[in-house]
Design a protein around this ligand. Structure first.
Ligand code: T4K
Length: 384
């Protein structure tokens, strides 16, 4: 039976608290103070200091991977990763992502070629990749959108057939584990983000995960201006280094991330309970075959069936102090910087266009209270 509207709860949201799409999961402040004291005492602030070395090591163990390169943010990690693999020409990628994915290609002088997405996963549609390959194609750059894994086997088969590299933007995929393989070891590299809006955060931060030790070394040089030693510069490096403060936060964050995932799972269950089956609203269950991280909670709103458009719902929630986000709208391929590319027309990207126009990411974080989820859902469902 439908639950009654609880008007008082709607007004509670409106008057008392602002609810954002996410809130950071931070370790207790007291737990950080000894690390800060150690940093202050040593005077070692950055450039591969002891916290950086420890975090790189602990993170590798946590993720079950051998080679980790820490970065000051994921955008620089993407830029350096592409340079480290010497990617040139054209790269096939998705228009349905945060704009940093495509910007990283542009910063490397690479032409992005947009491929449509799969409507079940919101990830690049592997069946549409081959038609976009030309003599200039050097790589595929998919994104595990919302932490939902791409069809990695299909993508690798295409890459092997045409001799292409695969760089996964895994910014959303921290903590997603698969039964039979390590998602982060798929392709030639995976890039994680530890931004303040992410499930696991170091304020700003990111990492590259690779299977190749030589590649890790090259990335270490490139993120430090290209220095291989005090006098040798081996490539067009940049400053992408994570500092000691970020690494200290990361070390503590590893201890609390699993608990955050469990709490988010409960939040997701509460949303499903109240939104599944509502006409015109599509929710997405955790993907099969993985232990999911509940990084985001996207819904699609069909105006005709639901009786209100995505933007109307977005604005209504805002009036009640709930700041959901339209990740990822607009499509990257619709942005002025990219819309004149031959692959950017909406006619080539019908699924991505449809999803971008109907998607809304609801607030998702471990401390989001059940009564807030309840009120958010009532606001979406009943107050039309
Ligand atoms: N690839 C993908 C697929 C990505 O999604 C991203 C980043 C990247 C690459 C690049 O990673 P980084 O270089 O950032 O490491 C946010 C983030 O800035 C961005 O990191 C993230 N993706 C993207 C999906 O979302 P905005 O513009 O939506 O952020 P903002 O500031 O509006 O924050 C959203 C809400 O989060 C706020 O309303 C409140 C809450 N919030 C935010 C911040 C910054 C907090 O509670 N605390 C905070 O410190 O882009």
């Amino acid at each position: 039976m439908e639950e009654p509207v609880i008007e008082t709860e709607l007004s509670t949201i409106a008057s008392e608290e602002e609810i954002y799409v996410t809130r950071p999961n931070l370790p207790p402040l007291e737990s950080l103070l000894p690390s800060l004291a150690a940093i202050w005492e040593s005077g070692r602030l950055t450039n591969n200091g002891p916290f950086h070395r420890r975090f790189e090591n602990e993170l590798g163990k946590h993720l079950g991977v051998g080679n980790v390169n820490l970065f000051s943010n994921a955008t620089l990690a993407l830029i350096v990763g592409l340079e480290a693999l010497r990617i040139l020409g054209e790269v096939i990628t998705t228009p349905y992502s945060f704009v940093a994915t495509t910007h990283a290609l542009q910063w490397n002088g690479i032409t992005p070629v947009f491929c449509d997405i799969d409507e079940r996963t919101f990830n690049i549609d592997p069946d549409k990749i081959e038609a976009l390959i030309t003599t200039r194609t050097s790589a595929i750059m998919p994104v595990h959108v919302y932490g939902r894994p791409c069809e990695v086997d299909k993508i690798q088969a295409i890459a092997d057939k045409y001799g292409l590299k695969v760089i996964y933007d895994a910014a959303h995929a921290f903590g997603v584990t698969m039964k039979d393989k390590n998602l982060l070891l798929e392709g030639d590299m995976s890039i994680l983000s530890f931004h303040g809006t992410k499930l696991f955060t170091t304020f700003e931060g990111g990492a590259i995960i690779t299977r190749d030790e030589k590649l890790k070394k090259r990335i270490d040089f490139l993120k430090n201006f290209g220095f291989a030693d005090e006098v040798t510069v081996v490539g067009p490096g940049i400053n992408g280094k994570m500092n000691e403060f970020q690494a200290a936060v990361g070390l503590l964050g590893l201890q609390i991330v699993q608990d955050e995932i469990s709490k988010r799972k409960s939040v997701a269950e509460a949303y499903h309970k109240r939104l599944d089956g509502v006409r015109g609203i599509k929710t997405y269950a955790a993907p099969d075959e993985v232990s999911y991280n509940y990084a985001y909670f996207p819904i699609l709103i069909d105006e005709e069936e639901f009786g209100a458009s995505r933007d109307e719902v977005y604005e209504r929630l805002k009036r009640h102090n709930v700041f959901a986000r339209r990740y990822f709208y607009p499509l990257i391929s619709d942005m002025p910087t990219y819309r004149n590319l031959p692959s950017a027309g909406r006619e080539h990207l019908p699924v991505a266009g449809r999803v971008a126009d109907h998607v809304l990411c609801l607030p998702m974080y471990g401390t989001l209270e059940p009564k807030s989820v309840h009120a958010i859902c009532n606001c979406i469902r009943n107050d039309r």
